[in-house]
Design a protein around this ligand. Sequence first.
Ligand code: APR
Ligand code: PHB
Length: 394
Amino acid sequence: MTPIKSRTQVAIIGGGPSGLLLGQLLQRQGIDNVILEARSGDYVLGRIRAGVLEEITVRKLREAGCAARLEAEGLVHHGTGISFGGTLHRIDIHALTAGKVVTVYGQTEVTRDLMYARAQSGGITAYEASDVALHDLQGSAPRVTYQQGGQRHELACDFIAGCDGYHGVSRRSIPAQSLRTYERVYPFGWLGVLADVPALPELVYANHERGFALCSMRSPTRSRYYVQCPVDEDLSAWPDSRFWDELLQRVDPLTASRIVTGPSIEKSIAPLRSFVAEPLRYNRLFLVGDAAHIVPPTGAKGLNLAASDVHYLSEALFEQYLERSMAGIEDYSRKALSRIWKAERFSWWMTSLLHRFPEQDSFSLALQRAELDYLMSSETAQRLLAENYVGLPV
Ligand code: APR
Ligand code: PHB
């Protein structure tokens, strides 16, 4: 039975990657925190999400004491493929960034490792906490109330970290006049398939007249593939055979020759959106991760932006509690938003470069092709892609 506390230093709303990583970093510095998670642990673990980790994310997981399995099982990638015009091109990320890499390690496994570490450290997570509500946000003694096990509970705290995702309660608890939001909804979705078939050696992003496709993986024997589809597409119209046929048409022949097809173990359609809320602080409430921003998955930035938000906020809270300085807290929003907007730009650029847009005219198609040709003929252009892909400095 989860122990119930009436007071903590930092109340964390949401037990996804943001909340778990923040909780673990605070725990290791002796800063008391409680996570309130609406769903069960199994439900949180059941989410299928991308896992292309920037070096900052790997570093934060190491600092959280959760990187052992990642370092043993993570796939270190030195490059990524761009497929267009019937040819597979390669961006040599390692060479272009003076030795940086990305690590492929599924978000489910990141979450599993964080959950295990939290249990080992004695950190309290109240799962299936419903009706979470934030109170007294204007004052110096915020409170959180919630229902669990049929009982109403109240948690007094110094600070609240809103790690409860795009649909969470935290951002909605900030008065509308105190928040600016920016949004772009893309006119297509991604149809994704998970299959236990041998993975390609590296990711391949494909621009094709039939639409975008992506070849990715979770492990050497578990592949993740996507094809662009209409946002209102009916999943039942996509038996495995149709999915594989479409994927093989959208990639170059060399990539197609390497793809091993097989029965899907998961199939779903996800919409694409860019979203940012500003500022990320409302007195003693902070927005973190998907609660603050959403990126289209094309740049694989979602989990990595959550990690850099957690980096900035955890450092700020260390200063507050260990050095009695509010400087980090005062500067959290500005520092986090600076990196967030650069990742939003990169994710929008990758999405614009690789997808077919319904109303695209011949001129914009020609521009897209010119951008791809320029990318593959210019080391400078490839370096710009590579340095954003591995993650800009924090
Ligand atoms: N009360 C408590 N918990 C809530 C509430 C609420 N009102 N609303 C949502 N939650 C929980 C969700 O159940 C979820 O487990 O908050 C958690 C938010 O987790 P994520 O949505 O995964 O967001 P985050 O932790 O910021 O992780 C960002 O997840 O969506 C991907 O691409 C994104 O990889 C990125 C990562
Ligand atoms: C994934 O493996 O799900 C994935 C990888 C890279 C992306 C998006 C998704 O850019």
